[in-house]
Write a protein that binds this ligand. Sequence first.
Ligand SMILES: [Fe+2]
Ligand SMILES: [Fe+2]
Length: 243
Amino acid sequence: MELFNETNKLAAVIHKDHTLLPVINRLGAKLGFGDLTIGELCAKEGLDMTFFVEILNVFHNENYFPRRKLLDFSVTIVIDYLLKTHRYYLEYVMPEQERLIDLFLTDCVNGCKENELIRKFYNTFREEFISHVSFEEEKVFPYIITLNGIILNSRRKDTLSDQWLGFTIKGFEKEHGNMDEKMFDLKNIIIKYLPPNYDLNVGNSLLSNLFMFEKDLKNHARIEDKILVPKVKQLEKFIKNDE
Ligand SMILES: [Fe+2]
Ligand SMILES: [Fe+2]
């Protein structure tokens, strides 16, 4: 299994796996880093090198998931990374997908009624995705930060406001599976069922974009389900059952 470490030059890493480009941006690196190694770049930009390397590897290699190591990172650094990923999805990936869907539909010839199915499916996915992300940003993440703050400042559980006392992370993981299924169906409609009466290059661009998004989303959900959720369960146990 190929894994990167802090002695690798970041330029060489990108040449090997360019799908890491948005990942390094979210981690705080911008292009133009010359021959700097990951270690040198992190020192220069004040980034957490271990987190940088681990996230790159988790994304690069789907069989790599050092759960114990990842659980050691602070809740703040993990949530900051997840929030940046949400921004990337909402402000760049999804508008680009909508643009490609528009193009896909305008370029089709001889009646494109069936192709409209794509828009319908996409809109359902988009709605569910946006409400999922809002729930995370408005409820889940603030809840975790609150619990973490109580532990860090050795405060008592009665400092937890009513808003959070009845809240629990249970059942949260299921949501990711539903979205994976919808993304899979969306790709399959184009691959298997729609008549190819659209511009094939546009169709391929749309599909490539969906495949990239699906990969990114799986990694994102993996970090939320396998790192964030266990951390919260641990915090919940400490704080809510401490009588
Ligand atoms: Fe998320
Ligand atoms: Fe999520």
